[in-house]
Design a protein around this ligand. Structure first.
Ligand SMILES: Cc1cc2nc3c(=O)[nH]c(=O)nc-3n(C[C@H](O)[C@H](O)[C@H](O)COP(=O)(O)O)c2cc1C
Length: 328
């Protein structure tokens, strides 16, 4: 798949996820084979006011490339100015505009999913952004605001007319938040009605499902979010399956904990041990998902404040598990 002048080596895309897709996890996703990684959304106003936290979120490690950096905003002037900043001052490859965030704090400012009600605004905002920057501009959207306002096709066509280089479509409305199931028929309709690449997104939970969706709906790429949390193997196994039809084995508990600690080490480099230890609590719970006998280790995670404690907790658990498995 090509997005503007950026060629992806495969069609598997790590979804942008706030609080998750920082350089620590993105680099792991890239090492596990993702063709494109997306960064967590950054506020246009945060960038323009040179908010320290927002500017830190613009950091891109050379090894993560190609990378898409997502901005959100509700007003043309600030959105375009932030896009220009990202264009000139970061080594991101693609500038993505968020048109899917359902959270009231965001939609109240006319940002995120609010755009979905107004294809003309989408055209105007995307055209102004495309004109102002060199990097390819893409959009990530939901299918509509609610079931009475599903303008996915019109909205994607507006992106295309405005010069957008690709569109990623999450098959839910804003009102659905994360309830119900993603409507891939509508994603398929979008694919039939635009000629820019369409990346389908929503509820892909196995390599086979990713391939089925690509085959059935003809999308150019698949974007994977929640299934990759604590499970970058999902990305690797999907790439492998799409490329050679082989279902790679699931990781062992020890492999999972090794990557969990690599994740923690990278987060420590990025944010320091205190913040990393707190942030790793949720990630560790995700890495433990699907493993047996995790009750006591899960309970203990929330008390962890250092790398040493976390490592001991996780590898004691793995040692015990392996002992039990040897015996049985
Ligand atoms: C924790 C979390 C944070 C998210 N943050 C963003 C974000 O910053 N930008 C965005 O466009 N979508 C965001 N999303 C939505 C995902 O990119 C994706 O569209 C959604 O999770 C559906 O895909 P999935 O079923 O594969 O998880 C987020 C989702 C989750 C679970």
């Amino acid at each position: 798949m090509k997005i503007g002048d950026i060629t992806l080596k495969n069609p598997v895309v790590l979804a942008p996820m706030a609080g998750v897709c920082n350089p620590a996890f993105r680099l792991i996703a890239k090492e596990f084979g993702a063709g494109l990684v997306c960064a967590e959304m950054v506020s246009d106003k945060g960038i323009l006011h040179e908010n320290e936290r927002s500017l830190k979120m613009l950091y891109v490690d050379e090894r993560e490339k190609p990378l898409s950096l997502q901005i959100f905003g509700g007003e043309r002037e600030s959105l375009v100015a932030a896009a220009k900043y990202v264009d000139k001052n970061t080594n991101a490859d693609i500038i993505d505009i968020n048109m899917g965030c359902p959270v009231p704090k965001i939609t109240k400012c006319d940002a995120g999913a609010k755009w979905l009600l107004d294809p003309d605004k989408i055209y105007e905002m995307v055209a102004a952004t495309v004109d102002a920057v060199q990097k390819p501009v893409t959009v990530k959207m939901r299918i509509g605001w609610d079931e009475d306002h599903i303008y996915a096709v019109k909205n994607a066509q507006a992106v295309e007319r405005a010069g957008g280089a690709a569109v990623a479509v999450h098959g839910r409305t804003r009102v659905q938040m994360y309830e119900g199931v993603a409507d891939w028929d509508i994603i398929g309709e979008v694919k039939k009605n635009v000629s820019i690449p369409v990346i389908g997104n929503g509820d892909i939970s196995s390599p086979q499902e990713a391939k089925d969706r690509m085959d059935q709906y003809g999308v150019d790429g698949v974007m994977i979010g929640r299934a990759a949390l604590g499970n970058p193997w999902m990305l690797y196994r999907t790439v492998q399956y799409l490329q050679n039809g082989i279902i790679a084995p699931e990781p062992t508990a020890r492999e999972k904990m090794n990557i969990c600690m690599l994740h923690m080490d990278r987060l420590i480099d990025l944010k320091g041990e205190d913040v990393a230890a707190r942030e790793m609590r949720k990630h560790t719970a995700w890495y433990l998902k699907g493993l047996p006998q995790t009750g006591s280790v899960r309970n203990a995670i929330n008390q962890m404040t250092t790398r040493e404690e976390m490592s001991k907790l996780l590898f004691d658990y793995v040692d015990q598990l392996e002992e039990v498995q040897k015996i049985s």
